[in-house]
Design a protein around this ligand. Sequence first.
Ligand code: ZN
Length: 258
Amino acid sequence: MKLLRFKKDGKEKNGAIINGGMVEIEHSLLEAAHSHPDHLERKEFYLLNEVKILPPVKPSKIICVGLNYRDHAEELNMALPDEPILFLKPSTTVIGHEDSIIYPAQSHHVDYEAELAVVIGHEARFVSEDDALDYIAGYTVLNDVTARDLQEKDGQWTRAKSFDTFCPIGPWIETELDPSNQRVCMKVNGEVKQDSRTKNMIFTPKELISFISEIMTLQPGDVIATGTPPGVGPLQVGDVAEVNVEGIGTLKNRVTKS
Ligand code: ZN
């Protein structure tokens, strides 16, 4: 089942895509993620093209993994990490499907990074790998936009990863995905730039949840960005970035001037 938040006539609503149709639901997305579709209280039906899609969650934090694809490590000639390399993006980076990525004046090199994202469904602390999947509400698509020149200049990654609008997520949460071998694809202006599969991940979603939960409490709605495959490259003002994760859908954003 696909779960989304949307705006219609100035009001924010929750919705589900069931059998190809979009219906407003009474429940929050995290409540709905733990329910059977037949048990959801349904309201009005809408067409996707008559609503504004909002980010599916408001995370308290976005935990990202650097260098998590074997084929990306090979491309960079880097050794495989023995533990996940983590960094954070603030909640204020989040934008939704078809919102604009604003190219910051401080940077002259902004890159896209296509990623599968995990949405946390239950508070998680010291969770074992065996139990980790129980804490997942679902999966979504994420573009980890990065000011590469500032990342190199600063050494620390905070500025490079944290500009407002640098974390497009959506368009929705898919609750029934098997994350082990899905295609992850990035297109810029219709041209394929990244094309790999989640089977090339070094650390799987359940390994990441267990590892991260030993450090910090994962709260419902928090997002884990699972790293990007090879083919990372720059965006220019006016570009249209489309991230597709097989089994979920396509997240599309245009780059605009600050
Ligand atoms: Zn990334």
